[in-house]
Design a protein around this ligand. Structure first.
Ligand SMILES: Cc1ncc(C[n+]2csc(CCOP(=O)(O)OP(=O)(O)O)c2C)c(N)n1
Length: 630
């Protein structure tokens, strides 16, 4: 491809676009982001020598042209299918995929790490991060810019500015980029300005401090990208991201600079495919569509869980003025855009900033509001500390609506929502629940907004069960499950969207001569211990079912509750379900029995008969203490 004369590049770009549209119209996928960076990807592979030079995509959903250009054309039709090509860069898939991605705002950190490794190993190659203006709103990106500017390590960051996150991009940074885009400058102009300033009498070489300040102020006036310059980057841009020759020139320039360089490239999301150009929002990551017309192939049926959530949220927000909704750049996916339309003052899109969103919600709750942060399970992982430290510890009534909890599908391992319970369950004092259907989701949202403590409702992606609402949303008894089917042989304890399949399984089992009880747990925390224990004892066999990792999930919670009932004696010694107060570690270990004596006592308590015998022996000899305790 490097040998192609420049006049053939538009043809190559058109071929890549045709291949992307053809495949994605069948598989679904991130078409608009990928179409927008076709020329940029060509330029990257002509200027840089991948895989020797490291090209690191952010989020990674814009990598389709990269995949086509790096030996994966034959398999491209298997994109996002089971056993096929990933929709994101995967190290295991190709040496050209330098970093596994799926979540936003990681590329500059990863690229800086690679650049540092290069320097430490005495190697000579380039490292390039490609990050969108949406991903640039994430805290990690700022942390990395801050660190990279300080380190002064050479790396190239390409800011792919298409004005869009999934929805139109938001925030002060987005406004800043917009101002730069409309300025008529481009990167050569910056050099001209600097040269001009240097030639000004009294402002050139050997500047007084005053003159230095004047120069800097003039720079602010004329030179775009000062924000990045102040952070220690050389800023080049803005550059038209659909002009192949210009792109090659600026990227070649960027290579030659010392230290970190930021190239601001302006692209059009969905470029070259009219339906995506006209509606980049809908074509960010659509399902299958008709490639001729762009019409989405719609499946009819029950409302999605997100739609039911959004409708209920509006209803409950109408009853309570304190209810506000927060999204981290997913107004459409989470359904919170309904709130934006109905109550714009009470809706906040904070950008791709889950960490900030959680603590922002905590701040709102601390002042008496009732924030609902709707977030996909996989992206909630980002806000783990903010949930534990800022919401759970002070016990603030933040509602976390965990959408896409469970199996998510074609986006693959970075997007499956199977860790939220394991993460959140450790936090003392929180209420974790999951509805068996959309009707229960309504009640759980009402419950979450009514109880005065941190509450989490997790529900799956896609269509709901299709049940009718049984009256207005109502408060459920916290920590209570329900028995949906009685049985003698085994207790199936199911959570969320596994409850209905469990009921069907029980029917099938009846035909096989197994009488299964089915319990809808509803709450992971507080767990309905009593109910589960009753049925565990009654049946002697328990199967837990959840769309979540078994490690640390709902089943683990049940196991903890019924461990004592199992044939062998099992106890858990560790930190009980509470926040640990301040104190010297030795004292705290005493408190929790994590000392040799504490452990010995815990073990001894597992031998009640021995203890009784010991006590009897002590009584007989007149010795009141434990005879075997040293
Ligand atoms: C931590 C995290 N939160 C949310 C998302 C969902 N998400 C995927 S792409 C995207 C928008 C990215 O916008 P931008 O970086 O500008 O790239 P573009 O799609 O415009 O090329 C969002 C919010 C994500 N991938 N990671």
């Amino acid at each position: 491809m490097r040998a192609l004369p420049p006049e053939q590049l538009p043809e190559l770009a058109a071929e890549l676009r045709a291949a992307i549209v053809e495949t994605v119209s069948r598989t679904g996928g991130h078409i608009a982001p990928s179409l927008g960076v076709v020329e940029l990807t060509i330029a990257l592979h002509r200027v840089f020598d991948s895989p020797r030079d490291k090209i690191v995509f952010d989020v990674g959903h814009q990598c389709y042209a990269h995949k086509l250009l790096t030996g994966r054309r034959e398999e491209f039709s298997s994109l996002r299918q089971y056993g096929g090509l990933s929709g994101f860069p995967r190290r295991a898939e190709s040496p050209h995929d330098q970093f596994d991605t799926g979540h936003a705002s990681t590329s500059i950190s990863a690229a800086l790490g690679m650049a540092k490794a290069r320097d430490l190993k005495g190697e000579k190659h380039e490292v390039v991060a490609i990050i969108g203006d949406g991903a640039m709103t994430g805290g990690m990106a700022f942390e990395a810019l801050n660190n990279a500017g300080h380190e002064g390590t050479h790396l190239v960051v390409i800011l792919n500015d298409n004005r869009m996150s999934i929805a139109p991009n938001v925030g002060a940074l987005s406004d800043y980029l917009r101002r730069m885009r409309v300025s008529p400058h481009y990167w050569r102009f910056k050099a001209d300005i600097e040269g001009f300033l240097r030639r000004l009498p009294g402002i050139g070489e050997g500047l007084s401090r005053f003159a230095e300040r004047v120069k800097n102020s003039l720079k602010y006036l004329f030179v775009p990208g000062m924000l990045f310059e102040e952070l220690g980057f050389t800023y080049l841009g803005p550059v038209d991201g659909h002009d192949p020759e210009l792109l090659e020139r600026v990227l070649t320039d960027a290579r030659s600079f010392h230290g970190p360089v930021l190239v601001h490239v302006v692209t059009q999301k969905g470029r070259g495919y009219a339906p995506a150009e006209n509606n980049p929002y809908a074509f960010h990551g659509p399902g299958p569509f008709d490639p001729e017309t762009g019409e989405r192939l719609k499946s009819n049926g029950a409302a999605t869980y997100s739609e039911v959530f959004a409708k209920t949220l509006i209803e409950l927000a109408g009853e309570d003025e304190r209810v506000v909704a927060i999204t981290a750049a997913m107004p459409d996916g989470t359904g919170t855009e309904a709130m934006a339309r109905k109550y714009p003052q009470r809706f906040f899109d904070v950008g791709i900033a889950e960490e900030h969103a959680m603590t922002f919600a905590a701040g709102l709750a601390a002042q008496g509001m009732r924030p609902v942060f709707a977030v996909y399970s996989t992206f909630l992982q980002r806000a783990t500390d903010q949930f534990i430290h800022d919401v759970a510890l002070p016990g603030l009534p933040v509602v976390v609506a965990v959408d896409r909890a469970g199996l998510v599908g074609e986006d693959g391992p970075t997007h499956q929502g199977v860790f939220d319970l394991a993460i959140l369950r450790a936090a003392p004092g929180v209420v974790l629940m999951s509805p068996k259907d959309e009707n229960e989701l309504r009640h759980m949202l009402k419950t979450a907004l009514t109880i005065d403590r941190p509450a989490v409702v997790r529900y799956p992606r896609g269509q709901s069960v299709g049940v009718e609402p049984d009256g207005p949303p109502r408060v459920l008894p916290v920590g209570k499950g329900e028995v949906l089917r009685e049985g003698r042989d085994v207790a199936i304890v199911a959570l969320g969207n596994t409850v209905h399949p469990a009921l069907r399984a029980a029917e099938a089992l009846a035909a096989r001569g197994i009488d299964a009880a089915v319990i809808n747990a509803r709450f992971v925390k507080p767990l309905d211990r009593e109910l589960i224990l009753t049925w565990a004892r009654r049946c002697g066999r328990v199967l837990t079912v959840e769309e979540h990792a078994v490690t640390g999930g709902f089943g683990s919670a049940v196991a903890e509750a019924i461990a004592a009932e199992a044939g062998m004696t099992l106890k858990f010694l560790g930190i009980p379900d509470e926040f640990v107060p301040a104190g010297k570690p030795a004292l705290l270990r005493e408190r929790y029995g994590l000392t040799p004596e504490g452990i010995a006592n815990a073990v001894e308590a597992m031998f009640p008969e021995r203890r009784r015998q010991g006590e009897q022996a002590a009584a007989a000899t007149g010795n009141g203490g434990h005879s075997d305790k040293r």
